[in-house]
Design a protein around this ligand. Structure first.
Ligand code: CMC
Length: 429
């Protein structure tokens, strides 16, 4: 087969040939890697048309609303799999058989405890610290506790680190909440499943043993699963960029947590609930929608729109169904925020502005409503996203490190001052 090439025509010089590469699915890419030798760079702030790497982990078709992990549609994973199985899939490339699944669950369960000194580290945060600030600090600090597995060139070390991160994130997340709530930290329990254990560490106290509602545990597991990976989003790209310098994986994940915190990314789930509270009543929706459409007003409808999806986010569809079953289980059918959310969704789906710009509800629109129903405080929403996303971050980091890679070092279009000389201070105006 002849290799496809793109021809770049630049005035005053011979056309430049650029190879076109094809993946197994999705758009072809024009490989501009050699363009620097012709004294040109490409310019694409926000990476709106740039593939930053090659990956085999996750595929998204934003126009069709398709999300595949290692080839499996997210809807099928949500229906027939669970979070830990999906973690195994993302890390290893295929679903586990029964024995591999049991072994993996056992490894994760037996790594959930954190070093005792981390409790003291956590207690050092101000009483009202935002849990994402604590998470960022705590995960970064993990490299000082688990430096026995930091040789990034050793596949075994990389795998131990992946297991440690997946196992310990719920423990750290629950510790953040307990610190915030002023309650004693709860230790993990090895007889509980991943999500059940997390809910027990969140809501249990040493004073009494309470069973975790299985419907809520299932919803929690689904929340983790739906957040597990989303190819080269801002936080995953941050993890890859940090990792490309050879930095240790804990600090790379801490960088990912920092990127996730922003309201345009994972912080949107907290922002959605805050927005619904601010709207306060169905009768106020119209004025907020009007503001969202006003070019001179920075206000945006949080939980709507996506860089890649120009169709319904498939995760949002699953999340919506889960939302209905959790609310039914808890007998919540007249929650005022839910009423606002449902009406807002309806208006936005019919409004010309949102329809023409293809702004559909995204995953963060419904996840906050489920988390609120489970009893999770708003400030913890993005921490839960980070907990679920950890496997995606580490799978991408691992994929990069186990293949050949270069330090990520973008170039720029410089628009500052040209070269000039220093004027002695006495002569400056
Ligand atoms: N409300 C009102 N207008 C919007 C919204 C919104 N939520 N989102 C985009 N627009 C408009 C925007 O003003 C722009 O209009 P115009 O073309 O007239 O300038 C157009 O739609 C395209 O928006 P953009 O900002 O250029 O698109 P983007 O791909 O850079 O941004 C986004 C994507 C997700 C940051 C954006 O849609 C947004 O800010 N949404 C609200 C925050 C949110 O829900 N984020 C969660 C994303 S999904 C989960 C995750 O990644 O963590």
């Amino acid at each position: 087969m002849t290799e496809k090439k793109a021809l770049l025509t630049v005035p005053g010089r011979e056309p430049i040939e650029l190879p076109i590469r094809s993946g197994t699915l999705g758009q072809d890419v024009i490989d501009v890697g050699g363009l620097g030798s012709f004294d040109y760079f490409t310019f694409d702030p926000g990476f709106t048309s740039t593939a930053s790497c090659e990956s085999k982990i996750t595929y998204i078709d934003g126009d069709q609303g398709i999300l595949l992990h290692r080839g499996y549609p997210i809807e099928e994973l949500a229906e027939n799999s669970d979070y830990l199985e999906t973690c195994y899939l993302l890390l290893n490339g295929d679903l586990p058989n029964a024995m591999q699944k049991k072994e993996f669950e056992n490894i994760i369960t037996t790594h959930t405890m954190v070093n005792r000194s981390i409790e003291q580290f956590m207690s050092g945060f101000r009483y009202d610290a935002h849990p994402m600030a604590m998470m960022c600090g705590a995960v970064g600090a993990m490299s000082s506790f688990y430096h026995d597995s930091l040789d990034i060139t050793d596949p075994h070390h990389r795998m131990i680190t992946a297991h440690r991160l997946i196992a310990k994130m719920p423990t750290l997340a629950a510790m953040c909440y307990k610190h915030y709530a002023g309650q004693p930290y709860m230790y993990p329990r090895n007889n509980l499943g991943y999500a059940e254990n997390f809910l027990n560490m969140m809501f249990g106290t040493p004073c009494e043993t309470r069973d975790v509602n299985p419907v809520l545990a299932k919803a929690m597991d689904l929340l983790f699963l739906l957040h597990a990976d989303h190819e080269q989003n801002a936080s995953t790209s941050t993890v890859r960029l940090a990792g490309s310098s050879g930095a240790n994986p804990f600090s790379c994940i801490a960088a990912g947590i920092a990127a996730l915190w922003g309201p345009s990314h994972g912080g949107a789930n907290q922002a959605v609930l805050e927005m619904l509270n601010e709207i306060g009543d169905v009768k106020n929706i119209d004025s907020f929608v009007k503001r969202a459409k006003d070019k001179n007003d920075p206000f945006r409808l949080m939980g709507f729109g996506h860089r890649v999806y120009k169709n319904f986010d498939p995760r949002a569809k699953v999340m919506k169904q889960a939302c209905d079953s959790v609310l039914a289980e808890l007998g919540i059918d007249n929650d005022p925020l839910l009423k606002i959310a449902k009406r807002l969704e309806q208006i936005a789906l019919e409004d010309d502005y949102f329809v023409s710009k293809k702004l559909y509800p995204n995953v963060d629109f419904y996840s906050g409503i489920i988390m609120k129903a489970i009893g999770i405080p708003t400030e913890m929403f993005t921490v839960i996203f980070a907990t679920g996303r950890t496997v995606g971050w580490i799978a991408h980091w691992s994929e990069m490190i186990s293949n050949s890679y270069k330090i990520g070092r973008p170039r720029q279009l410089y628009t500052g001052e040209q070269r000039r000389s220093i004027v002695p201070i006495k002569k400056r105006k």
